[in-house]
Design a binder for this molecule. Structure first.
Ligand code: GDD
Ligand code: MG
Length: 342
Protein backbone atom coordinates (compact mmCIF):
# COMPACT_ATOMS: atom_id res chain seq x y z
CA UNK A 1 0.00 0.00 0.00
CA UNK A 2 1.21 3.51 -0.82
CA UNK A 3 1.16 6.44 1.61
CA UNK A 4 1.63 10.03 0.52
CA UNK A 5 3.01 12.32 3.19
CA UNK A 6 2.26 15.97 2.55
CA UNK A 7 5.55 17.53 3.55
CA UNK A 8 5.56 20.70 1.54
CA UNK A 9 4.49 24.11 2.65
CA UNK A 10 6.68 26.61 4.39
CA UNK A 11 5.53 26.26 7.97
CA UNK A 12 5.21 30.03 8.26
CA UNK A 13 3.67 29.83 11.72
CA UNK A 14 6.85 28.10 12.89
CA UNK A 15 9.19 30.90 11.85
CA UNK A 16 12.11 31.42 12.38
CA UNK A 17 12.74 27.67 12.85
CA UNK A 18 11.42 27.03 9.34
CA UNK A 19 13.61 29.72 7.76
CA UNK A 20 16.39 27.16 7.82
CA UNK A 21 14.64 23.78 7.75
CA UNK A 22 11.68 21.87 6.37
CA UNK A 23 8.77 21.79 8.81
CA UNK A 24 8.56 18.00 8.74
CA UNK A 25 12.19 17.72 9.84
CA UNK A 26 11.73 19.82 12.98
CA UNK A 27 12.86 17.56 15.81
CA UNK A 28 10.46 16.29 18.44
CA UNK A 29 12.34 14.54 21.24
CA UNK A 30 15.39 14.77 18.96
CA UNK A 31 13.69 12.86 16.12
CA UNK A 32 12.19 14.55 13.04
CA UNK A 33 8.45 15.06 13.26
CA UNK A 34 7.95 13.00 10.07
CA UNK A 35 9.64 9.98 11.65
CA UNK A 36 7.12 9.94 14.51
CA UNK A 37 4.45 9.71 11.80
CA UNK A 38 6.19 6.96 9.80
CA UNK A 39 6.49 4.89 12.97
CA UNK A 40 2.68 4.70 13.14
CA UNK A 41 2.39 3.14 9.66
CA UNK A 42 1.09 -0.44 9.51
CA UNK A 43 3.26 -3.05 7.85
CA UNK A 44 1.10 -3.11 4.72
CA UNK A 45 2.41 0.37 3.83
CA UNK A 46 5.47 -0.53 1.81
CA UNK A 47 5.91 2.62 -0.27
CA UNK A 48 6.07 6.18 1.07
CA UNK A 49 5.76 9.10 -1.31
CA UNK A 50 7.04 12.33 0.17
CA UNK A 51 5.22 15.25 -1.44
CA UNK A 52 7.78 18.02 -1.05
CA UNK A 53 8.73 21.42 -2.38
CA UNK A 54 10.37 23.89 0.04
CA UNK A 55 13.72 22.54 1.39
CA UNK A 56 13.28 19.28 -0.51
CA UNK A 57 17.05 18.66 -0.49
CA UNK A 58 17.08 18.45 3.30
CA UNK A 59 14.28 15.90 3.23
CA UNK A 60 15.91 13.91 0.44
CA UNK A 61 19.24 13.83 2.26
CA UNK A 62 17.65 12.79 5.53
CA UNK A 63 16.01 9.77 3.88
CA UNK A 64 19.20 8.84 2.01
CA UNK A 65 21.00 8.63 5.33
CA UNK A 66 18.22 6.90 7.29
CA UNK A 67 16.53 3.65 6.32
CA UNK A 68 12.98 2.85 7.45
CA UNK A 69 12.63 -0.51 5.69
CA UNK A 70 10.15 0.95 3.17
CA UNK A 71 10.58 2.29 -0.34
CA UNK A 72 10.84 6.08 -0.19
CA UNK A 73 10.02 8.28 -3.18
CA UNK A 74 10.77 11.97 -2.98
CA UNK A 75 8.21 13.62 -5.24
CA UNK A 76 9.27 17.18 -5.78
CA UNK A 77 6.64 19.67 -6.96
CA UNK A 78 8.07 22.37 -9.21
CA UNK A 79 5.93 24.82 -7.24
CA UNK A 80 3.62 24.33 -4.23
CA UNK A 81 0.44 22.71 -5.54
CA UNK A 82 -1.58 22.65 -2.33
CA UNK A 83 -2.79 19.55 -0.51
CA UNK A 84 -4.90 18.33 -3.47
CA UNK A 85 -2.42 19.29 -6.18
CA UNK A 86 0.41 17.52 -4.35
CA UNK A 87 -1.71 14.37 -4.07
CA UNK A 88 -2.52 14.47 -7.80
CA UNK A 89 1.16 15.04 -8.57
CA UNK A 90 1.91 11.68 -6.88
CA UNK A 91 -0.64 9.83 -9.09
CA UNK A 92 1.99 8.00 -11.14
CA UNK A 93 3.11 6.17 -7.99
CA UNK A 94 -0.38 5.08 -6.90
CA UNK A 95 -1.52 1.56 -7.77
CA UNK A 96 -4.53 1.00 -5.50
CA UNK A 97 -6.26 2.26 -2.34
CA UNK A 98 -3.82 4.65 -0.64
CA UNK A 99 -3.22 6.86 2.38
CA UNK A 100 -2.56 10.62 2.51
CA UNK A 101 -1.18 12.18 5.67
CA UNK A 102 -0.49 15.67 6.87
CA UNK A 103 3.06 15.64 8.18
CA UNK A 104 2.53 18.02 11.09
CA UNK A 105 0.31 15.85 13.28
CA UNK A 106 1.32 13.68 16.22
CA UNK A 107 -1.49 11.41 17.38
CA UNK A 108 -2.60 7.99 18.55
CA UNK A 109 -4.60 7.14 15.41
CA UNK A 110 -4.45 3.45 14.51
CA UNK A 111 -4.23 3.53 10.71
CA UNK A 112 -4.95 -0.19 10.40
CA UNK A 113 -8.29 0.29 12.17
CA UNK A 114 -9.09 3.26 9.95
CA UNK A 115 -8.40 1.22 6.79
CA UNK A 116 -10.72 -1.56 8.09
CA UNK A 117 -13.45 1.03 8.76
CA UNK A 118 -12.99 2.40 5.23
CA UNK A 119 -13.36 -1.08 3.70
CA UNK A 120 -16.40 -1.99 5.82
CA UNK A 121 -18.22 1.15 4.67
CA UNK A 122 -17.28 0.77 1.00
CA UNK A 123 -16.08 4.35 1.32
CA UNK A 124 -14.47 6.41 -1.42
CA UNK A 125 -12.73 8.70 1.04
CA UNK A 126 -12.34 8.23 4.79
CA UNK A 127 -10.78 10.87 6.99
CA UNK A 128 -9.71 10.71 10.62
CA UNK A 129 -11.76 12.89 12.99
CA UNK A 130 -10.89 14.49 16.31
CA UNK A 131 -13.07 16.70 18.54
CA UNK A 132 -11.79 20.19 19.42
CA UNK A 133 -13.21 23.39 20.90
CA UNK A 134 -11.60 25.92 18.53
CA UNK A 135 -12.85 24.44 15.25
CA UNK A 136 -12.17 27.61 13.22
CA UNK A 137 -8.50 26.77 12.63
CA UNK A 138 -9.38 23.43 11.03
CA UNK A 139 -11.54 21.60 8.53
CA UNK A 140 -14.85 20.62 10.12
CA UNK A 141 -17.07 17.65 9.25
CA UNK A 142 -20.83 17.33 9.40
CA UNK A 143 -20.84 13.71 10.50
CA UNK A 144 -23.73 11.34 11.12
CA UNK A 145 -23.90 8.74 13.91
CA UNK A 146 -22.71 5.94 11.52
CA UNK A 147 -19.67 7.98 10.47
CA UNK A 148 -21.08 9.20 7.15
CA UNK A 149 -19.88 12.74 6.43
CA UNK A 150 -22.51 14.83 4.68
CA UNK A 151 -20.73 18.19 4.71
CA UNK A 152 -17.19 19.54 5.08
CA UNK A 153 -16.08 23.12 5.55
CA UNK A 154 -12.48 24.29 5.84
CA UNK A 155 -11.76 26.90 8.52
CA UNK A 156 -15.36 27.99 9.12
CA UNK A 157 -16.44 30.86 11.31
CA UNK A 158 -17.43 29.37 14.70
CA UNK A 159 -21.12 29.97 13.98
CA UNK A 160 -20.88 28.12 10.64
CA UNK A 161 -19.14 25.01 12.01
CA UNK A 162 -21.33 21.93 11.52
CA UNK A 163 -19.84 19.99 14.49
CA UNK A 164 -16.92 19.78 16.90
CA UNK A 165 -15.25 17.08 14.76
CA UNK A 166 -12.30 18.30 12.74
CA UNK A 167 -10.28 16.74 9.98
CA UNK A 168 -7.42 15.15 11.90
CA UNK A 169 -5.15 14.99 8.83
CA UNK A 170 -5.09 11.30 7.78
CA UNK A 171 -7.03 10.03 4.76
CA UNK A 172 -7.69 6.62 3.24
CA UNK A 173 -8.65 7.13 -0.41
CA UNK A 174 -9.76 5.10 -3.40
CA UNK A 175 -7.76 5.91 -6.57
CA UNK A 176 -10.93 7.39 -8.15
CA UNK A 177 -10.44 10.41 -5.88
CA UNK A 178 -7.54 11.40 -8.12
CA UNK A 179 -9.96 11.94 -11.02
CA UNK A 180 -11.46 14.83 -9.08
CA UNK A 181 -8.20 16.78 -8.96
CA UNK A 182 -6.89 18.98 -11.77
CA UNK A 183 -3.28 18.62 -12.86
CA UNK A 184 -0.70 21.39 -12.45
CA UNK A 185 -2.63 23.88 -10.39
CA UNK A 186 -2.96 24.82 -6.74
CA UNK A 187 -5.78 22.64 -5.43
CA UNK A 188 -6.93 22.39 -1.84
CA UNK A 189 -8.12 18.90 -0.98
CA UNK A 190 -10.13 20.32 1.88
CA UNK A 191 -11.78 23.28 0.16
CA UNK A 192 -12.46 21.82 -3.28
CA UNK A 193 -12.19 18.05 -3.42
CA UNK A 194 -13.81 16.85 -0.19
CA UNK A 195 -17.05 18.86 -0.69
CA UNK A 196 -17.26 17.64 -4.29
CA UNK A 197 -16.88 13.96 -3.36
CA UNK A 198 -19.53 14.33 -0.65
CA UNK A 199 -21.93 15.87 -3.14
CA UNK A 200 -21.28 13.35 -5.93
CA UNK A 201 -20.86 10.03 -4.15
CA UNK A 202 -22.13 10.16 -0.55
CA UNK A 203 -19.30 7.65 0.11
CA UNK A 204 -17.36 9.93 2.43
CA UNK A 205 -16.76 8.74 6.00
CA UNK A 206 -15.11 9.93 9.18
CA UNK A 207 -13.19 7.73 11.58
CA UNK A 208 -13.19 8.90 15.20
CA UNK A 209 -10.49 7.67 17.53
CA UNK A 210 -9.41 8.00 21.16
CA UNK A 211 -6.13 8.91 22.81
CA UNK A 212 -4.30 12.07 21.79
CA UNK A 213 -3.97 14.36 18.80
CA UNK A 214 -1.87 17.44 18.30
CA UNK A 215 -1.32 19.71 15.30
CA UNK A 216 2.22 21.07 15.38
CA UNK A 217 1.35 24.27 13.57
CA UNK A 218 2.68 26.85 16.00
CA UNK A 219 5.59 27.33 18.35
CA UNK A 220 3.30 26.84 21.37
CA UNK A 221 2.04 23.45 20.15
CA UNK A 222 5.60 22.50 19.14
CA UNK A 223 6.69 22.98 22.76
CA UNK A 224 3.51 21.42 24.12
CA UNK A 225 3.90 18.15 22.18
CA UNK A 226 7.37 17.57 23.60
CA UNK A 227 6.13 18.17 27.15
CA UNK A 228 3.23 15.81 26.48
CA UNK A 229 5.46 13.04 25.09
CA UNK A 230 7.96 13.39 27.94
CA UNK A 231 5.15 13.04 30.46
CA UNK A 232 3.62 10.16 28.51
CA UNK A 233 6.95 8.34 28.49
CA UNK A 234 7.44 9.25 32.15
CA UNK A 235 10.73 11.06 31.58
CA UNK A 236 11.71 14.48 32.90
CA UNK A 237 14.09 15.42 30.09
CA UNK A 238 15.66 14.18 26.90
CA UNK A 239 19.20 14.92 25.81
CA UNK A 240 21.50 14.18 22.89
CA UNK A 241 25.21 13.30 22.88
CA UNK A 242 28.12 15.23 24.40
CA UNK A 243 26.13 17.66 26.55
CA UNK A 244 27.54 19.43 29.58
CA UNK A 245 24.80 20.20 32.09
CA UNK A 246 25.57 22.21 35.20
CA UNK A 247 22.05 23.68 35.59
CA UNK A 248 18.62 22.05 35.86
CA UNK A 249 16.04 20.92 33.29
CA UNK A 250 12.32 20.22 33.64
CA UNK A 251 10.15 18.89 30.77
CA UNK A 252 12.94 19.93 28.45
CA UNK A 253 14.63 18.39 25.45
CA UNK A 254 18.13 19.31 24.25
CA UNK A 255 20.10 18.17 21.20
CA UNK A 256 23.78 17.22 20.83
CA UNK A 257 26.71 19.15 22.23
CA UNK A 258 24.68 21.55 24.35
CA UNK A 259 26.19 23.31 27.37
CA UNK A 260 24.02 24.62 30.21
CA UNK A 261 25.87 26.73 32.77
CA UNK A 262 25.71 26.72 36.58
CA UNK A 263 22.45 27.79 38.25
CA UNK A 264 20.60 28.01 34.96
CA UNK A 265 17.04 26.70 34.88
CA UNK A 266 15.24 25.37 31.81
CA UNK A 267 11.53 24.66 32.08
CA UNK A 268 9.59 23.41 29.03
CA UNK A 269 12.33 24.25 26.56
CA UNK A 270 13.57 22.74 23.31
CA UNK A 271 17.23 23.37 22.51
CA UNK A 272 18.77 22.28 19.21
CA UNK A 273 22.40 21.23 18.65
CA UNK A 274 25.59 23.07 19.67
CA UNK A 275 23.90 25.68 21.82
CA UNK A 276 25.67 27.32 24.74
CA UNK A 277 23.55 28.59 27.59
CA UNK A 278 25.49 30.61 30.15
CA UNK A 279 25.17 30.73 33.95
CA UNK A 280 22.14 31.93 35.90
CA UNK A 281 19.96 31.88 32.81
CA UNK A 282 16.23 31.28 33.09
CA UNK A 283 14.50 29.79 30.05
CA UNK A 284 10.83 28.96 30.14
CA UNK A 285 8.59 27.81 27.24
CA UNK A 286 11.25 28.57 24.62
CA UNK A 287 12.85 27.04 21.55
CA UNK A 288 16.54 27.73 20.97
CA UNK A 289 17.96 27.00 17.50
CA UNK A 290 21.28 25.46 16.41
CA UNK A 291 24.56 27.14 17.44
CA UNK A 292 22.91 29.78 19.64
CA UNK A 293 24.67 31.46 22.52
CA UNK A 294 22.69 32.87 25.42
CA UNK A 295 24.85 34.77 27.88
CA UNK A 296 24.67 34.83 31.71
CA UNK A 297 21.76 36.24 33.69
CA UNK A 298 19.36 36.23 30.74
CA UNK A 299 15.66 35.63 31.34
CA UNK A 300 13.72 34.40 28.33
CA UNK A 301 10.10 33.28 28.30
CA UNK A 302 7.58 32.18 25.65
CA UNK A 303 10.05 32.94 22.87
CA UNK A 304 11.86 31.36 19.98
CA UNK A 305 15.48 32.08 19.11
CA UNK A 306 16.48 31.24 15.51
CA UNK A 307 19.69 29.43 14.51
CA UNK A 308 23.06 31.11 15.10
CA UNK A 309 21.71 33.94 17.25
CA UNK A 310 23.76 35.34 20.12
CA UNK A 311 22.01 36.97 23.06
CA UNK A 312 24.05 39.23 25.33
CA UNK A 313 24.25 39.13 29.12
CA UNK A 314 21.06 40.03 30.98
CA UNK A 315 18.86 39.78 27.91
CA UNK A 316 15.21 39.80 28.97
CA UNK A 317 12.60 38.61 26.46
CA UNK A 318 8.96 37.61 26.66
CA UNK A 319 6.84 36.48 23.75
CA UNK A 320 9.46 37.28 21.07
CA UNK A 321 10.84 35.59 17.95
CA UNK A 322 14.50 36.40 17.43
CA UNK A 323 15.97 36.41 13.93
CA UNK A 324 18.54 39.07 13.01
CA UNK A 325 19.84 37.56 9.74
CA UNK A 326 18.38 38.13 6.26
CA UNK A 327 15.28 36.05 5.57
CA UNK A 328 16.15 33.33 3.01
CA UNK A 329 15.12 34.41 -0.52
CA UNK A 330 13.17 31.20 -1.14
CA UNK A 331 10.83 32.02 1.75
CA UNK A 332 7.45 33.63 0.99
CA UNK A 333 6.41 36.92 2.56
CA UNK A 334 2.82 35.73 2.34
CA UNK A 335 1.30 32.46 3.46
CA UNK A 336 0.45 29.96 0.76
CA UNK A 337 -1.84 26.94 0.86
CA UNK A 338 -4.27 26.09 3.61
CA UNK A 339 -3.25 28.43 6.35
CA UNK A 340 -5.31 31.35 7.56
CA UNK A 341 -4.17 34.60 5.93
CA UNK A 342 -3.15 37.14 8.54
N1 GDD B 1 3.53 18.92 -0.91
C1 GDD B 1 2.81 19.90 -0.41
N2 GDD B 1 2.50 20.97 -1.21
N3 GDD B 1 2.41 19.85 0.89
C2 GDD B 1 1.70 20.88 1.38
C3 GDD B 1 1.35 22.02 0.59
C4 GDD B 1 1.80 22.05 -0.77
O1 GDD B 1 1.57 23.00 -1.52
N4 GDD B 1 0.65 22.87 1.39
C5 GDD B 1 0.54 22.28 2.60
N5 GDD B 1 1.18 21.09 2.61
C6 GDD B 1 1.26 20.13 3.70
C7 GDD B 1 1.73 20.70 5.03
O2 GDD B 1 3.12 20.52 5.20
C8 GDD B 1 0.94 19.88 6.04
O3 GDD B 1 1.60 18.65 6.32
C9 GDD B 1 -0.34 19.55 5.31
O4 GDD B 1 -0.07 19.70 3.92
C10 GDD B 1 -1.52 20.45 5.70
O5 GDD B 1 -1.18 21.81 5.45
P1 GDD B 1 -1.18 22.91 6.59
O6 GDD B 1 -0.71 24.16 5.98
O7 GDD B 1 -0.49 22.42 7.83
O8 GDD B 1 -2.74 23.04 6.85
P2 GDD B 1 -3.52 23.41 8.17
O9 GDD B 1 -2.83 22.94 9.38
O10 GDD B 1 -3.86 24.87 8.12
O11 GDD B 1 -4.90 22.58 7.98
C11 GDD B 1 -4.88 21.21 7.64
O12 GDD B 1 -4.68 20.40 8.79
C12 GDD B 1 -5.74 20.45 9.79
C13 GDD B 1 -5.34 19.50 10.92
O13 GDD B 1 -4.18 19.93 11.49
C14 GDD B 1 -6.21 20.84 6.96
O14 GDD B 1 -6.06 19.54 6.46
C15 GDD B 1 -7.38 20.91 7.95
O15 GDD B 1 -8.57 20.47 7.33
C16 GDD B 1 -7.08 20.04 9.17
O16 GDD B 1 -8.14 20.14 10.14
MG1 MG C 1 -1.05 22.08 9.81
Amino acid sequence: MEAIILSGGFGTRLRPLTYTRAKSLLPILNKPMIVHLIETFPEEVNKIILAVNYRKDQIENYFKENDFGKEIIVNNEPKPLGTGGATKFAEKHITDRFLVLNSDIICSLNLKDMIKFHTKNNSMATISLWPVENVSEFGVADVKENGNIVGFVEKPKPEDAPSEFINAGAYCLEPDVLDYIDTDRLVSMEKEIFPQIIEDTKRFFGFKFKGYWMDIGRISSYIEIQRFLLRKNKIEKCQGKDCKIYGSMKETCIGNNVTIGKSSKLNSVVVYNNATIGENVNLSYCVVGDNCKIADFSDIRNSVVGDNEELLEKTVLDNKAIWTQPIPKSYPDKQIGNVIEK
